[in-house]
Design a protein around this ligand. Sequence first.
Ligand code: A2P
Length: 349
Amino acid sequence: MGFVGGFESKEQVIPNVAVIGATGAVGEVFLRVAEQREFPIQELKLLATSRSAGKKIRFRGAEITVEETSAAALATSDIVFCSATSEASKKWGPIVRSLGTVMIDDGSAYRMDTNVPLVVPEVNGDDLEWHEGIVSIPNCTTTPMVLALHAMKSVATPVRVTAATYQAVTGSGTAAAAELREQIEALGSGEKIAVPKIYSRQIAMNVLPQVDDFDESGYTIEEIKMRNETRKILHQPGLPVAATCVRVPTMVGHAEVVHVEFDHTIELEALYSALSEQTGISISTNPESYATPLESEGNDLTYVGRFRLDPTVPENRGVVFWCVSDNLRKGAATNAIQIAEELIERDLL
Ligand code: A2P
């Protein structure tokens, strides 16, 4: 199969690629982003569970048959993208590593491992230099926030961060998107809503202050991920971060309100200029022209806006802002492909 993409003229490696979770919400977007970015692929294997084996998926005009994930199917790959379950990542990660291949993992299984880089290429691409066969991508709420914080760090260092999120249901996969759709249809036709299977309560016409399970501290796992991942990516191990993660009845696009306290007095103009220069960010300084999840859908930008000085922080050392990005693209698939592009560029495969 000759799925050659855009890097051909640079005489770079054209990898064999496998996608574990190719039939899932992120897997599907991954293939579209690879097409749009003309990511170079020699041979493509689409993998999932036995439930999906035999299914056909189109990629660059060809029809590819989904296979059950196996060591044999991974053996010829140079890059394995995994967006399935933690169990799948834990099972296939060591196998991929032992095959001398690189796995770019969308799950949380390895994110906090000290020998696994956790990467947003625009922020800490240099961390790819020490990978040992597995690279993790951050949680889809961490990525947009660290991108903005990274840009702001050129003005002043964040010393405290609090965030509240408004997260779309596709963050929980295709079954969650189906659950929201079914509930909306039931409400529209006056039928009784079925007992929810994915979420603890009805999600249509509702918001749930719970994303993932709670730990003994009262925070959810998602909220703890935001804290730990932000610290690791920004190389600020002691940075205090408190998040409240909320599931809302939108399909695509995670939004966040972020409060940042800095080490010294800031001026909004200086933050605007730093954010304007940051690749991957679209900034609005007009309060009325904020972006919403619907506007973020289908592109790779992190939109930031609604900037205000935070009067609860003395000496003008605090700012509050809104950000939103497509959770399936920059929050997952696009970030994974950018990492692969960076690995090729740095000759790290
Ligand atoms: P399948 O479609 O065969 O169940 P989503 O997050 O949208 O629910 O998608 C999850 C994706 O991960 C699907 O492609 C699913 O395949 C795949 N998947 C789930 N468990 C495994 C596993 N143990 N091994 C490989 N792929 C898996």
